[in-house]
Design a protein around this ligand. Structure first.
Ligand code: SF4
Ligand code: SF4
Length: 363
């Protein structure tokens, strides 16, 4: 099953708690300009205080200087993968980066967290900033970086000696690597180019935090994720370990499931249904209770064209939907569905609540 959005504009509008959370976020951070991305989703949850101690406390070793080989070896041994949920091994990404032109090596830290239901990166930014700065200092030295840029939406973060701050507009999907590089660094980069091979290493903020823990010999295999009850627009940041049961954790924080459905994945725009037996693996970043989602391919298309206008990759999504629903013998390949980055924007903005992105990803 492909991950898909579990909310859309219509469902947010009709659910008072989600609508209020979105309004509050808009008041706090504004919507930013419509360039280069016009989609605005904001946040549909508000962060509740943590219920218990997050990480198991352990006295970290004072970080020593590590060589590149030692660092890569330690990251590989820890099995650290991209904390945005892509599951890509971080040591491989760093290896490609190091093979790039040595004169100009930039680390771009992604703390943009554009999914409307994720809050753990922002929590880290405010609650683990000292540790992240220390990790940046180590990465700078070890990887001979020429620059470090921290991309954020929150204007309250002050510039510091560890990195340059780039404030980006809270548009969606700004967290996607190529859009972020264009916006935060002003470097035009094609969507089929691998940034690490061009000397731009993009790491999620939690990846940097966890690399810091690896250097301090304090890494324990756990990570921060967002859990939420979307029926109440309530979210919490928790520290989980692979193998921890999702339903048990949600019940402990939000009470019994009742007739809500359980979902897991990488945010409200990229989820699959889960059952009571499902555990966290080492890549999910999100789990939530949701009212039964009304998004369904069987709903009738209104021919409004919104899905095409909202697609950041300029795919003619409406054509694909209409050809498929009309059983027309037309080769949708000419609309380049392979460019789809599975952001879910087309589904979110569809007034007919169709599972639009599914048409593109399923072909
Ligand atoms: S077609 Fe793909 S890239 Fe375009 S809006 Fe839909 S999910 Fe996003
Ligand atoms: S699929 Fe939805 S957004 Fe796209 S044209 Fe049809 S009704 Fe409009």
């Amino acid at each position: 099953m492909n991950p898909a959005p579990i909310i859309n504009k219509k469902s947010v509008k009709s659910a008072l708690p989600l609508r209020q959370a979105q309004k509050q976020e808009k008041r706090l951070k504004g919507k930013g300009g419509r360039r280069p991305l016009k989609n605005y989703l904001g946040k549909v949850v508000t962060l509740s205080p943590p219920k218990s101690t997050l990480e198991k406390s352990k006295t970290a070793d004072v970080p020593a200087n590590v060589s590149v080989d030692e660092l890569l070896c330690a990251i590989e041994k820890a099995g650290l993968t991209g904390m945005s949920g892509n599951g890509f091994p971080i040591h491989q990404k760093i290896t490609s980066f190091l093979a790039a032109k040595p004169g100009n090596r930039i680390l771009l830290i992604n703390a943009v967290e554009c999914d409307p239901a994720l809050v753990h990166d922002e929590w880290l930014l405010h609650n683990r900033y000292a540790e992240i700065r220390q990790a940046i200092h180590h990465l700078k030295q070890t990887l001979s970086l020429t620059g470090v840029v921290l991309a954020i939406k929150d204007k309250r973060i002050r510039p510091n000696d560890a990195c340059t701050i780039a404030t980006v507009p809270p548009r969606y999907p700004m967290g996607e690597e190529h859009f972020l590089i264009r916006q935060a660094l002003g470097i035009p980069i094609e969507s089929d180019t691998i940034p690490a091979e061009q000397g731009i290493l993009v790491l999620n903020i939690q990846s940097v935090y966890q690399i810091g823990k690896i250097i301090s010999n304090d890494y324990d295999g756990g990570r921060f994720v967002t859990i939420a009850d979307l029926t109440k627009a309530s979210a919490r940041v928790v520290y989980v370990y692979p193998g921890e049961n999702i339903a048990t954790l949600l019940t402990a924080h939000f009470g019994a499931q009742g007739n809500k459905t359980l979902h897991k994945g990488f945010g409200a725009m990229s989820c699959v249904t889960a059952d009571k037996m499902d555990d966290f693996s080492n890549c999910e970043t999100f789990a939530a209770y949701v009212d039964v989602p009304q998004i369904d391919s069987k709903n009738k298309c209104k021919h409004c064209g919104s899905c095409t206008r909202r697609c950041p990759m300029h795919i003619k999504v409406a054509k694909i939907v209409q050809n498929t629903d009309g059983n027309r013998h037309f080769d949708n390949a000419s609309y380049h569905p392979e460019r789809c980055m599975q952001c879910g924007s087309c589904t979110y903005f569809c007034p007919a609540s169709k599972d639009v992105s599914g048409y593109v990803t399923r072909g």
